[in-house]
Design a protein around this ligand. Structure first.
Ligand code: ADP
Length: 368
């Protein structure tokens, strides 16, 4: 009898170990899943739930286990889907739009009945796949295409209208004709700027590896200032100054891209600062970072727009930006270039007083 009892005890111990192992396996699988999962029994009680699901629905796992689904889950669509799966005894699919506090989540739901060994339905299972990020990217892409089309259409419509007027009236006064021609030229410049900026963004989005070199930032800034002074008469633009450190500041990067990023900020400073104002570039090296500040005392940016300023096509004053040849893509390009160089760009501004953009980039020391 003793021997039989010992054998039984061993067998029970083995079974307990086996159950533990199973339980752990299930815990690891549920914990490692990127989708949310809930299983209920045929009375609607929660028998299984993973942490992703508890996070999506906003409650603790231990609050949910063993309780009725309808007592824990607030969303009626999820409850309905699970109960219908039990009733119809077949898998169902649906897209859910959950408004959770301030954030909104788009989820794809898949359900399935749980069939036991006797082929009876003993419960149902729902898996929620989070589509929020994908939806957000889709919306961004759609908005971008709509914006590009609109931006392209405006100058094309203007050029077409003016060209048709010129063709219709061959006897037009010379002065008026000249005015129309100038408008066509301006609009073609706008188109060409837009296409160049779009191409620059597309190249940056491709994240192609471009050859990097050691770059002297002081020389880059000086070159930009010299070329601007050559094409613009001093009385037509704000004063342009450069505060350059004695020691050269080097970074490692793609020269053309950094030239464009710094150039865009200097151009903006001049565009949005009246002629009697000033734009100053300040270059410094602090610790292991190079900082380039472009400061102006121009029109400034209202505080409520500061966190949107780097978005594609965002402009504080659309009409004004267009009038002075802006595309609304300049700062998006700057941000992209800085991030690609493991750096960043930040803005501080006071409406009506002026703006400071600060680029930070990792320094490239001699020993590297
Ligand atoms: P844009 O081609 O319109 O200049 P950007 O992307 O370069 O496009 O800039 C976006 C918007 O940010 C501009 O339309 C303008 O409203 C604002 N902005 C940029 N730089 C400055 C600045 N230095 N001072 C005031 N506003 C600025």
């Amino acid at each position: 009898l003793g021997e039989a009892l010992n054998k039984l005890a061993d067998e029970i111990q083995d079974q307990i170990s086996e159950i533990h192992l199973e339980h752990n396996r299930l815990r690891v699988i549920l914990g490692g899943m990127r989708d949310g999962l809930i299983a209920i029994d045929d009375h609607g009680k929660i028998v299984l739930i993973n942490s992703v699901m508890s996070r999506i629905l906003g409650f603790e796992i231990r609050e949910a286990r063993g309780r009725y689904l309808s007592d824990v889950v607030k969303d009626s669509e999820i409850i309905e889907l699970l109960l219908n799966t039990l009733k119809m005894q077949r898998p169902l699919e649906a897209e859910l739009d959950l408004g959770l506090g301030q954030s909104e989540k788009f989820l794809k739901a898949y359900t399935s009945p749980l069939i036991d060994y006797g082929q009876d339905v003993s419960g149902a299972l729902i898996v929620l796949h989070d589509l929020t990020q994908t939806r957000m990217l889709e919306n961004m892409r759609r908005d971008f295409v709509a914006n590009v089309s609109h931006e392209l259409k405006t100058p094309i419509t203007a050029i077409r209208g003016i060209a048709e007027t010129l063709v219709d009236d061959p006897q037009m006064e010379l002065e008026l004709r000249q005015k129309f021609m100038t408008k066509i030229t301006d609009q073609s410049h706008r188109l060409s700027n837009l296409v160049s900026d779009l191409l620059a963004l597309a190249r940056l989005d491709e994240r192609e590896k471009t050859p990097k070199t050691r770059i002297d930032l002081g020389t880059l800034i000086e070159e930009r200032i010299t070329s601007l002074s050559k094409v613009t008469a001093p009385e037509k633009m704000a004063r342009l100054l450069f505060d350059k450190p004695e020691e050269p500041v080097h970074v490692y990067g793609e020269e053309e891209e950094l030239r464009q990023a710094i150039g865009n900020l200097i151009d903006n400073g001049l565009k949005y600062t009246p002629r009697n104002g000033s734009v100053r570039a300040v270059l410094r090296s602090t610790g292991d970072q190079a900082t380039i500040r472009i400061e102006d005392n121009g029109i400034g940016i209202p505080e409520e727009y500061l966190d949107r300023i780097f978005e594609r096509f965002f402009r504080v004053d659309k009409a004004r930006s267009r009038e002075i040849g802006g595309t609304g893509l300049g700062l998006a390009i700057v941000k992209n270039i800085c991030l690609k160089h493991d750096g960043n760009v930040e803005v501080e501004s006071k409406d009506g007083k002026g703006t400071v953009f600060t680029i930070t980039l990792p320094l490239h020391t001699d020993s590297e």
